[in-house]
Design a protein around this ligand. Structure first.
Ligand code: CLF
Ligand code: SF4
Length: 460
């Protein structure tokens, strides 16, 4: 049975919003609709979303204003990435072009983040220009930011004004004595400070920025790098404090440390935690705050689903080749899709209960709302194939120009009638946001352009 296709029992008894609310469910019932909408397609904020939705990072921020003892400036920001040389530092124009190229070829893309290779807020001009341009030209893409927090309070209003809904702050300690063992120095108001004085300023800025973001309704994830013998016994206190201040999620990441990285910790032989130590600490923190367990410590230029990195397919020379090929090809006509939705935001209505459908034109650039069309609700329960069949025929005729009919659930009988009429019923995206659902269906119906496929193959 296709996903989303119900038998009659399910059809009668399953109501929108009554799905799984188990401990690992992405959208527990305690989440408000507003928060649920923010996290359900963000692969880092929702454990299940990371299997279906992709993120990309644009590396527009090379400079940093602090020195972490686990970081070597030749490598990416280790606060949000595994050490590894970033392939290309981009300017905002290149970043926008890259996001467009990726969105056209990876329709699961829902999030663009800036996470380095230094600190985004130590590079505010390029960071904010990139966020502004991507937000304006690609409104369907969520904007995400990861920072060490030093300059956060100064920029919170601009972050909010640009519609950034997700911010990560890396907080490794809230005690300056412990933090001083993790940070070598901090540049503050033109001076390079060291020791506990530097650590105290950094911590104060991080916590102030956290509160300011929460006040503005921005979801805050806190990353902490677990350094055995340094902050491992302290991170539970960090977890409690950030929870009290309104953080949404705590991501405790293992220190990655090797002599060849050339970091202070690498050169002094500081080890990272074992898997068991990391799991035990996450468990210890999880009774106070939601704990992320699926982080892949991705690079500052990572592209794709978490755990995969397709950046090599989208180097700027390949993006230029894609743009040239796309310009030479006639743009394919958009596909029309009908959606059973109560609010225009989520695919949340059963086909048989839909009194109207929202029709969209969907292309590689996104989904454009066209119109609402009223339907006679044909569902008659056990009498579905009786008098109601005429209404179903009218509904099918009304949607005849649509390539797909997208709904939360659909019964077997109407499924077969739609297919027989040449329409593609789709009940696989129940209670998901409309736009990413349509993007995913578009990708199935109209795979990527030939050049993109060639580029993927040549990238190995
Ligand atoms: Fe990137 Fe970070 Fe945004 Fe995600 S990553 S800026 S919140 S879109 Fe995600 Fe990567 Fe872990 Fe970061 S898996 S390192 S938590
Ligand atoms: Fe390195 Fe990131 Fe720390 Fe800056 S904030 S020193 S780039 S790990």
């Amino acid at each position: 049975m296709p996903l989303g296709l119900t038998d009659d029992a399910t059809l009668r008894h399953e109501a929108p919003g009554t799905g799984c609310a188990g401990a690992r469910c992405e959208a527990p019932s305690t989440l408000s609709d507003a928060v649920r909408a923010k996290v359900e397609t963000h692969p880092c904020y929702s454990e299940t979303a990371h299997l279906r939705f992709a993120r990309m990072h644009v590396a527009v921020a090379p400079a940093c204003n602090i020195q972490c003892n686990y970081c070597n400036r030749k490598f990416d920001c280790a606060n949000e990435s595994r050490p590894g040389v970033v392939s290309e530092v981009l300017n905002p124009d290149q970043a926008l072009r890259k996001v467009k190229a990726v969105a056209a070829r990876i329709p699961q893309l829902t999030v663009m983040g800036i996470a380095g290779p230094g600190d985004p807020l130590a590079n505010p001009k390029h960071t904010f220009e990139t966020l502004r341009r991507v937000g304006a030209e690609m409104p369907g893409i969520k904007l995400c930011l990861s920072t060490n927090g030093l300059m956060l309070p100064r920029h919170v209003d601009e972050i909010a004004a640009l519609g950034v809904d997700h911010v990560t702050i890396t907080i490794n300690a809230v005690d300056p004595h412990i933090a001083a063992k993790i940070y070598a120095w901090v540049v503050w108001e033109g001076r390079r400070l060291e020791g506990e004085e530097a650590a105290a300023i950094l911590i104060a800025q991080q916590l102030k920025g956290l509160s300011m973001l929460v006040e503005r309704g921005i979801l805050v994830k806190v990353n902490s790098v677990m350094v055995p013998g340094v902050n491992d016994h302290h991170l539970k206190a960090v977890s409690r404090l950030i929870k009290a201040k309104g953080a949404f999620l705590h991501n405790i990441m293992p220190l990655i440390s090797a002599p060849e990285h050339g970091t202070v910790f690498g050169l002094t032989g500081q080890r990272g935690p074992t898997d068991a130590e990391l799991a035990a600490l996450r468990d210890a923190c999880a009774d106070g705050i939601a704990v992320m367990r699926h982080c892949k410590q991705c690079r500052a230029d990572a592209i794709g689903l978490l755990g995969e990195d397709r950046n090599a397919e989208f180097t700027m020379d390949k993006v230029a080749a894609m743009e040239a090929a796309d310009a030479a090809l006639p743009a394919p006509a958009p596909l029309r899709m009908a959606v059973a939705t109560s609010d225009g935001k989520a695919v949340d209505v059963h086909f048989g209960h839909a009194r109207e459908f929202s029709v969209y034109e969907v292309s590689a650039q996104g989904a454009r709302f066209v119109e609402r069309r009223s339907a006679a609700a044909y569902c008659r329960g056990a009498e579905e194939c009786g008098d109601g069949a005429d209404d179903l025929a009218r509904t099918i005729a009304m949607l005849a120009d649509c390539a797909a009919v997208v709904c939360a659930r659909i019964g077997l009988a109407p499924w077969e009638r739609l297919e027989a009429a040449g329409l593609r019923p789709n009940g696989e995206h129940g209670w998901e946001a409309v736009e990413p659902a349509l993007a995913a269906i578009y990708a199935e119906l109209r795979p990527a352009a030939p050049l993109a496929q060639t580029a993927r193959r040549s990238a190995g």
